[in-house]
Design a protein. Structure first.
Length: 473
């Protein structure tokens, strides 16, 4: 970049800021007006630059075909709404807009790629309404809540274009956890009326299936145990689709022939337990101890549960069954058949999952509830929030990608177009330095807002020339 042109632009903006300092008494107003002024200048400059770039494409004959028409388009960017004209080229029976392809602008899309990236960054933590309000403070353009959702969908669709690393890791042991969480759904009025005519009941909630695989655990700088290189898999299409995704991802990232054992923890749900057949190496299924202890507390009372939990912690499953059998017979003699039935149910549970419970007591793998809480529930399961399936799927896909250590993808152009190397024909003229000889500075008390004193002729000339050009007042 030519430093002379940059310095000249800085001098022009400096003069405008000095004018604002002389007119406004609060520096907050000066900052806001200066920011909006520079945004207006940048918005107009980008629009003119796009039109000139389209002219250079036409003059260089870099685009095949003939010009069919010139069309105007408005795009919301980080600095506001940009308006520009570009050429549509006709080639055979099809037509296309080369400038839109270079800018990676989808047909009829209102937001620019940088605006989509910024909106998605905000929407990963904020609600749609707060995201729209924050973007309005940045760009000065009001957007709707559906526009925020569509920005998330567009960003999530760009994840498929990222290339995974060809180098596979070699690990001996892999750990995996799986569980699900239910999120409220919303349906459009059209879909509700159509379902009512067909007598179909639309589901009010959808299960978000989540699985995470990692290479082990370690302690961080604060002594907290954390996962090593966790990778999250999220799906709304069912458990089978989830496990197919897990299997393909593990085969793409790891050398499965070197994995000797996989520790796999679930809460016992059959659809998640079925995933153990798709994991590499010798799979050791663990019934998570948190869920085991919860079932013991639910099926017994406060007098029995501490004793049974102590026996399970000592891995004395036979002793736990013996004590439960004694309590069951005692409650039957007291005609408390409901409590006796619950104890009998607990005994059947311990016998059915004996190997998994003992393995879960030996290997402390943890529970997937924490992943559900900070990956999905923290954003999607707050009070009063409901989602459409399409946008919920895109948001969960992005959340899993970000928590796996990835970055928010940026929308890039897919079409291959040879760009013209731009060479300026002549060196642009350097703006002359401003004449500060007529400016006088006086100290008026402790306030600096009125220290710059201008003559009436200077103020009138500057206001007349700048007001109509930049519209900053």
């Amino acid at each position: 970049m030519n430093t002379n042109r940059f310095d000249g632009a800085v001098e022009c903006v400096t003069e405008l800021c000095l004018e604002l300092l002389a007119q406004k008494e609060d520096f907050v107003d000066v900052e806001l007006a200066s920011f909006r002024l520079v945004s207006d200048i940048l918005r107009k400059a980008i629009g003119l630059a796009l039109e000139r770039f389209d002219d250079e494409l036409f003059e260089s004959k870099a685009v095949p075909g003939s010009v069919k028409s010139k069309e105007r388009r408005r795009v919301v960017s980080l600095c506001g709404e940009i308006s520009f004209c570009r050429r549509r080229y006709q080639e055979g029976n099809s037509s296309h807009l080369p400038l839109d392809e270079i800018l990676a602008l989808c047909p009829r899309a209102r937001l620019s790629p940088a605006a989509i990236f910024e909106i998605t960054s905000l929407a990963l933590d904020l609600s749609y309404q707060k995201t729209a309000a924050a973007f309005e403070r940045i760009s000065g353009v009001r957007i709707s809540k559906p526009s925020v959702g569509e920005a998330i969908v567009a960003t999530a669709s760009a994840l498929g274009f990222e290339q995974e690393s060809s180098k596979k890791k070699a690990v001996k042991e892999l750990m995996c956890e799986a569980d699900g969480i239910w999120v409220a759904l919303q349906h459009t009025k059209t879909s509700r009326l159509k379902a009512a005519r067909q007598g179909v009941c639309l589901p009010r909630k959808a299960e978000v299936s989540l699985a995470v695989d990692y290479e082990g655990k370690k302690k961080d700088a604060y002594g907290k145990r954390i996962r090593i290189n966790p990778y999250y898999h999220v799906s709304l299409e069912g458990k089978e689709v989830l496990w197919e995704s897990v299997q393909k991802s593990i085969e793409a990232r790891f050398d499965t022939s070197r994995i000797h054992r996989t520790l796999f923890a679930t809460d016992g749900e059959a659809a998640y337990v079925a995933g153990k057949h798709l994991l590499p190496g010798h799979v050791t299924h663990l019934y998570d101890r948190w869920h085991v202890f919860k079932i013991v507390r639910d099926l017994t009372n406060s007098d029995i549960s501490p004793e049974i939990i102590s026996l399970l912690c000592a891995r004395r499953l036979d002793g736990a069954l013996l004590h439960l059998g004694g309590y069951r017979d005692a409650y039957r003699q007291e005609s408390d058949f409901k409590t006796a039935k619950n104890i009998q149910k607990l005994m059947k549970f311990l016998v059915k999952w004996e190997n998994e419970i003992l393995a879960g007591l030996i290997y402390s793998l943890g529970t997937c509830e924490g992943s559900n809480a900070h990956v999905i529930a923290a954003r999607c399961k707050r009070l009063g929030r409901s989602w459409s399936r399409r946008r919920l799927s895109a948001l969960c896909k992005l959340l899993g990608h970000i928590h796996s250590g990835g970055q928010i993808p940026k929308i890039r152009r897919v079409a291959k177009l040879v760009l013209v190397e731009r060479k300026p024909t002549s060196e642009p003229a350097v703006l002359p330095p401003p004449d500060n000889s007529a400016r006088k500075y006086e100290v008026c008390g402790n306030h600096y807002y009125h220290q710059a004193q201008f003559s009436d002729e200077q103020i009138a000339s500057k206001v007349h020339s700048w007001k109509n050009e930049w519209k900053y007042i």
